[in-house]
Design a protein around this ligand. Structure first.
Ligand code: CMP
Length: 136
């Protein structure tokens, strides 16, 4: 089942020089491709649309500040079962709970600065792909 998912390398990943490391892991998955990719600084409007479901939660405002704190890399990743596969590659939200071998398990310690976003299902992938790459 070929799918597309939306991935964001968050400002901490870019600042720490982990772009190549993370994209390398994606490229090494058999058959997965990156049909679109861009370095961008996200504006408040895009972030509000992306994180709308978290509005009102205690971590929402600091998350918005963090996500606007520097450039991110937004990517479309395409391939076999890529929605579930990217979530596995990235690991669970809390990096300390993430197994070694996953991106968050290998490089993360802080819940907010957890390096990577990947769409969590088919519906969110569709919505997020439209938001970040409307022309695709
Ligand atoms: P992600 O799962 O990509 O999308 C929601 C983000 O909110 C999550 O990554 C973290 O960056 C952040 N987040 C979620 N829960 C918390 C929390 N309890 N404290 C701080 N940040 C959080």
């Amino acid at each position: 089942m070929t799918q597309r998912t939306l991935v964001i390398l968050k400002p901490d990943a870019v600042r720490r020089g982990l772009i190549g490391e993370i994209i390398g892991r994606i490229e090494r998955k058999a058959g997965w491709t990156i049909p679109a990719m861009e370095l961008r600084t996200l504006d408040a409007e895009t972030l509000e649309a992306h994180y709308g479901e978290h509005k009102g939660k205690p971590f929402y405002e600091p998350l918005m500040g963090f996500m606007a704190s520097g450039p991110v890399v937004v990517l479309v990743v395409e391939g076999e079962r890529v929605i579930e596969g990217m979530r596995q590659l990235v690991g669970p939200t809390d990096p300390i709970a993430a197994a070694p071998g996953s991106v968050r398990g290998d490089f993360g310690t802080i819940v907010r600065e957890n390096l990577v976003h990947a769409s969590d299902g088919e519906e969110s992938a569709e919505r997020e792909l439209k938001l970040f790459f409307p022309a695709l």
